[in-house]
Design a protein around this ligand. Structure first.
Ligand SMILES: [Zn+2]
Length: 265
């Protein structure tokens, strides 16, 4: 019995040391990338979980600024990686998948009010459809400093397609946007975060420079630029506490050296 108590004592002590290490050691230096979709109060039947209400989103932006974060784009990240530009002390990249119309009507003014940047990943066959951004809105957003990337042409998880079809999704979505007057598209977002080990080389061949996954964690210049990690920010149930916990999760995974690979269906 005494040994059991002794054992439990050691275990509790080890746990305490571990938790202290996780919470008290300085946050790892890294580039935080956040993943959003809709920014809106009205919730449609689909995508409800991915719609962050305006008040919550505004609070999150204000919190990031108060904590000393500065928004950068994927282009800033790549230029800094090549030594052509300095990064701010606490860089964050705000990304928005799918290209919903509220990214123009709601998100853009919220970012501009605060002098913040963002990256929007388009499903190119949805451009101009109801609820999605139009070509004119996209061109204007790019003019106003928003970075535009590809989220494929059809939003099918690439792991469900054959190689030829995967390459087509990468290539055609990029070309379509460039043909329609957008500046060079060089960043990519995997639909549903689904990728495999051959896709980084395929993206490179198709002249992309970076790609984002749904794997949680922070990035450094050593992270494979085609497998950048992101922290997903869905509709919060616990307000700012949940947001802070999600940022903490990124730090904790990075400290523990854990790479989450979520092959979502
Ligand atoms: Zn998506």
């Amino acid at each position: 019995m005494r040994y059991v108590r002794y054992g439990l004592g050691i275990l509790a002590f080890a746990l305490l040391v571990f938790i202290s290490w996780l919470t008290l050691t300085p946050a790892p230096q890294g580039i935080l990338v956040l993943e959003y979709h809709h920014i809106c109060d009205e919730i449609g039947e689909d995508g409800a979980a991915y719609a962050v209400p305006v008040a919550d989103f505004s609070q999150q932006l204000d919190y990031l600024q108060a904590e000393g974060y500065t928004t950068i784009t994927m282009q800033d990240y790549m230029r800094a990686k090549k030594g052509k530009q300095e990064l701010p002390a606490k860089p964050v990249i705000l990304t928005f998948d799918d290209g919903y119309e509220d990214n123009y009507t709601t998100l853009l003014p919220l970012l501009e009010e605060r002098g913040m940047k963002g990256t929007v990943y388009m499903i190119t066959n949805s451009i101009g459809r109801k609820g999605y951004l139009s070509w004119n809105q996209l061109r204007e957003m790019q003019e106003r400093g928003i970075e535009i990337g590809s989220h494929t042409a059809n939003h099918q998880p690439l792991t469900t397609l054959d190689r030829e079809k995967q390459a087509e999704e990468m290539k055609l979505s990029k070309l379509l946007m460039e043909w329609n007057g957008l500046k060079t598209i060089f960043t990519f977002s995997y639909p549903n975060g689904a990728y495999d080990e051959e896709m980084p080389a395929m993206l490179k061949e198709n002249e992309y420079l970076t790609a984002v996954t749904g794997d949680g964690g922070l990035n450094t210049f050593q992270t494979n630029p085609y497998l950048l990690q992101r922290i997903n920010i869905p509709r919060p149930h616990l307000g700012m506490t949940e947001f802070k916990l999600r940022l903490f999760k990124a730090e904790a995974l990075t400290k523990l050296g854990i790479r989450q690979h979520l092959l979502k269906e």
